[in-house]
Design a protein around this ligand. Sequence first.
Ligand SMILES: Nc1ncnc2c1ncn2[C@@H]1O[C@H](COP(=O)(O)OP(=O)(O)OP(=O)(O)O)[C@@H](O)[C@H]1O
Ligand SMILES: [Mg+2]
Length: 471
Amino acid sequence: MTRVTLVLEKEGEKQLEYKSKIMIVDDDQTMKSSLLEWFESENYHVYGASSGEEAIEKISDGSFNIIITDLKMPGIDGLELLRYVKREHHNIEVIIMTAYGTVETAVNAMKEGAYDYVVKPFSPEEIDMVVKKIINHQSLIRENILLKEQLHELHRFESLIGKSSKMQDIYALIENIAPSNITVLIQGESGTGKELLARAIHNSSLRKEYPFITVSCGALPETILESELFGHEKGAFTGAITRKEGRFEMADKGTLFLDEIADMSQKSQVDLLRVLQEKEFRRVGGTELIKVDVRIIAATNKDLDKEVGEKRFRDDLYYRLHVTPINLPPLRDRHEDIPLLIKHFLEIYNKEYEREVRDVSPAAFNLLLQFSWPGNVRELEHVIEHSILMTRGDTIREENLPDKLKRTSNMNAEGDFLDIENESLKDRVEQFEKQSIIKALQNARGVKKKAASILGISPRNLSYFIKKYNM
Ligand SMILES: Nc1ncnc2c1ncn2[C@@H]1O[C@H](COP(=O)(O)OP(=O)(O)OP(=O)(O)O)[C@@H](O)[C@H]1O
Ligand SMILES: [Mg+2]
């Protein structure tokens, strides 16, 4: 049974396997043997030493966590042993055993870093309590380190989530190329995280204190794109009532993200190529040559190689951009990232909608894992957002998921959904949602709070639907 919460529980299991190793140091053989016997019977890994010297020798060939030592011993005594341990192996905790008359020395030992002391005669249970306290303390520290490492792994590049080997390769590549000014071309299907990756590169680079500027090259007509990229002078064309800085200038010392690069017109491609080659340009209607220092990251969801082959994209521009290509794999090729992404989006949307949906039922989880995700991470994000709003308790169940996830029989041979089926299904779900809301609002005589309670959702969610359907 796989559940999202298992992601962290796995680490917990690792910790249970971990056993503490204890050393008992005393020149009094009877004392040492009886303690050894008692701790062994309690299933501890326990070792003995009859002197400070023997203890030091043993410490270096075994990874001990706790040392329980007598204070008064011939040769290296307890205090000296403590000093050695704190100097050379500061993670080992030391408990001092002391006779009634030497309590004061034991207190001094605590000032030198001993964890605690016990006064002879003591019961084994008494010393065991201290041992348990140390083990707890040490496992908390370990847990913290593990969590920190995990967090570091997960958030190595801001919120770019993923632990699949494909994503790991990309992280390694970012680390290598981010500090340089090398041009990057990101290719990947829609919703795979191209913009997020571009931002991650910028934020890991030496340019991170300077702007990250985006241009959607495909969304703008040729003439507007030109003035967007290079700016224009006052009066350059009708409507140019003031001088305007272009995106190249805005991105000076920072990064310019050229999105949807394959959708640029031929003329824009020529303009862009010229700037990339000469690193200077003129504003539209201007004469002054402007020099800028920008790093270019381009992105496309098309196969740029094919676009070049079919003469829709200039090969000279392609080679300028294709210096470091990064291909973001579609989500269906890295299923192992899905649980982490679910967890990530649960956190984000619980916060945004003030909800406490913390888990996914096994059946729902399987559907999420099996789906082909034609819209990639963006689609998964929308599904989690939607499901949080549809969930009443703290667990997303099958019935809270959009129907498209349940209709696996509608997949084609490649595992992709047939769009027409999808559309009509989506329409039907929306129709149903709208009708339910209208009915509830009627029954509640327009009182939103009451309507929300009839529907079993929060007033905030109801407002979301009202806005969504323009009611
Ligand atoms: N690895 C990831 N970890 C966390 N969130 C991600 C990841 N990849 C994508 N996302 C999220 O998915 C959404 C889509 O990502 P983004 O806009 O970067 O995709 P894109 O490839 O640029 O898509 P398009 O081609 O449609 O422009 C964003 O909300 C982004 O935060
Ligand atoms: Mg994008």
